[in-house]
Write a protein that binds this ligand. Structure first.
Ligand SMILES: Nc1ncnc2c1ncn2[C@@H]1O[C@H](COP(=O)(O)OP(=O)(O)OP(=O)(O)O)[C@@H](O)[C@H]1O
Ligand SMILES: [Mg+2]
Length: 464
């Protein structure tokens, strides 16, 4: 298994998901802050109104108990001083012209709230003024007022704690999501690298099949696809190698044919042609006639062989003249090489669409070649007949040794199968039942309005 290295690649998906979660958390934070503000405002308001009520009732009671005498001023001062250290209320003794004569001291908050929070939460100022009893009027008035600094200080403490908890929560959630996404998406990074490699033609790329179940299915499919591409590429390579070997064999066979079949006759023609002037000079007219006959025979022989070679090189030219003529040339080709084999032909004398005729001819050509090469038969039958249900049935049979290999899938049969499949046809090859040799059967469906000899389309009748 080939491991993909850990490359650093950008993952906008991860960043996007994180940003989305951060946005949701931020919105929650804003909502929470609004709720807290409303709660703080209410709390301060309630506390201050109840504090001022309690203080007012205490001051009223205290003023009732003040008796006129020598220490009345001190009694009033004591009422004011009784509010020293109070957390919410300040008491002041005011002169008739509203000057502060004395004031209680408020307990200062340990952690004073920031000014903006005080501004947000302090609300309306609350105060009450009490007239002093008769006889004490000269001292002025007594005033109590609520001071929300301590209360807002409490809200501030509370807020800081809540903020700390929420920020820690958000940080932990974001860190967990970041780590989980990293774990879940890491194989996707590998997949992206592997896909790039496949795109560049490296089909050995493989991704680890780990991570969430739904992604695992994608990785498995990718690995299967890469394996199939790899095997298809291997097969392609083998076919290409085989193709060049076949072409090489074909070339050397043609050069052998030219050398063995044409070369001696050319030589004979040359010898005969050279002899003719001498024979004419010696008036041996009989011999001249003999020599010219021999030259014609040699030329005819060469013509037959040349046609056979041409039919191998350009079979489509022959197919243009019809399947019957093409197969006749094929048989002639093999008869010249294997005179001991008896060939029988049963070919429909009709025209089919040119693509179908070509495939049918290729099947007969490769089938005959396989029979000669692999079966060493004494007879080969070539047939192409149209059945009543609109199918062209092409068969090649021989009485040779039969198929020796279990999986007969060389370049020839693979090519045949591809051609037949492209025409929606079927192909079977097997040892003949109840007899020696092999039977190759191909069935190609004919189009409903098939091109026959009478209504054929582009049928060229030019000969090679
Ligand atoms: N008529 C036959 N008689 C015996 N064996 C046959 C016959 N036809 C095919 N075979 C077997 O099937 C195999 C596959 O044939 P195929 O035509 O695909 O490949 P090939 O003839 O070996 O090579 P090439 O790629 O050159 O055609 C042959 O190697 C042979 O073993
Ligand atoms: Mg073959």
């Amino acid at each position: 298994m080939l491991q993909i290295g850990r490359h650093q690649i950008k993952m906008p998906l991860r960043r996007r998901l994180l940003a989305l979660v951060a946005l949701v958390l931020g919105l929650c934070l804003i909502g929470g802050s609004a709720l807290n503000y409303w709660y703080g405002l209410r709390k301060v308001d309630l506390e201050m109104s109840s504090a001022i009520e309690v203080a007012a009732s205490a001051v009223s009671d205290a003023l009732l108990s003040v008796t006129s005498g020598t220490d009345t001023s001190a009694q009033v001062q004591r009422i004011v001083a009784s509010f020293d250290g109070d957390r919410h209320v300040i008491a002041r003794l005011l002169s008739p012209d509203k000057k502060v004569i004395s004031s209680s001291a408020l307990e200062r908050p340990t952690d004073p709230p920031p000014q903006w929070l005080y501004w947000l939460l302090s609300g309306e100022p609350r105060s009450r003024t009490f007239d002093l009893p008769a006889g004490l009027k000269k001292f002025g008035t007594l005033e109590i007022s609520a001071d929300s600094h301590n209360e807002i200080g409490e809200v501030w403490e509370d807020l800081k704690l809540k903020f700390l908890i929420i920020v820690s929560f958000c940080a932990i959630v974001l860190a967990l999501i970041y780590a989980t996404l990293g774990w879940a998406l890491r194989p996707l990074e590998q997949l992206s690298i592997a896909l790039k490699r496949v795109g560049e033609g490296d089909y050995t790329a493989h991704v680890a099949e780990t991570g969430p179940e739904d992604l695992k299915l994608i990785y498995q499919s990718f690995n299967r696809m890469a394996a199939q591409l790899e095997s298809a590429e291997g097969q392609n390579q083998r076919l290409n190698e085989q193709l060049s070997t076949v072409q090489e064999e074909e070339r050397s066979e043609i050069s052998r044919d030219l050398h063995d079949e044409i070369g001696p006759f050319l030589f004979a023609v040359d010898v005969d042609a050279q002899a003719i002037p001498l024979l004419v000079a010696s008036n041996a007219s009989e011999d001249v006639l003999e020599r010219s006959k021999a030259i014609r025979q040699s030329v005819q022989h060469m013509q037959v062989h040349l046609r056979a070679i041409l039919s191998r090189l350009r079979p489509t030219l022959l197919i243009d003249q019809g399947l019957v003529i093409a197969v006749e040339h094929l048989v002639a080709f093999w008869k010249a090489r294997r005179p001991n084999i008896v060939f029988t032909m049963d070919i429909e004398d009709a025209r089919f669409p040119i693509g179908i005729e070509e495939v049918a001819f290729r099947i007969l050509q490769e089938g005959a070649s396989n029979a000669v090469r692999h079966g060493r038969p004494s007879a080969i039958g070539l047939a192409a007949r149209q059945t009543a249900d609109g199918i062209l049935r092409v068969t090649v049979s021989d009485d040779g040794a039969g198929i020796a290999t279990k999986d007969p899938n060389g370049f020839g049969l693979t090519g045949m199968k591809e051609r037949v499949t492209s025409l929606n046809g079927r192909m079977r090859i097997a040892d003949r039942e109840g007899g020696k040799g092999v039977m190759l059967i191909v069935e190609i469906p004919l189009p409903p309005a098939r091109n026959t000899k009478d209504n054929a389309g582009p049928l060229t009748s030019s000969a090679a």
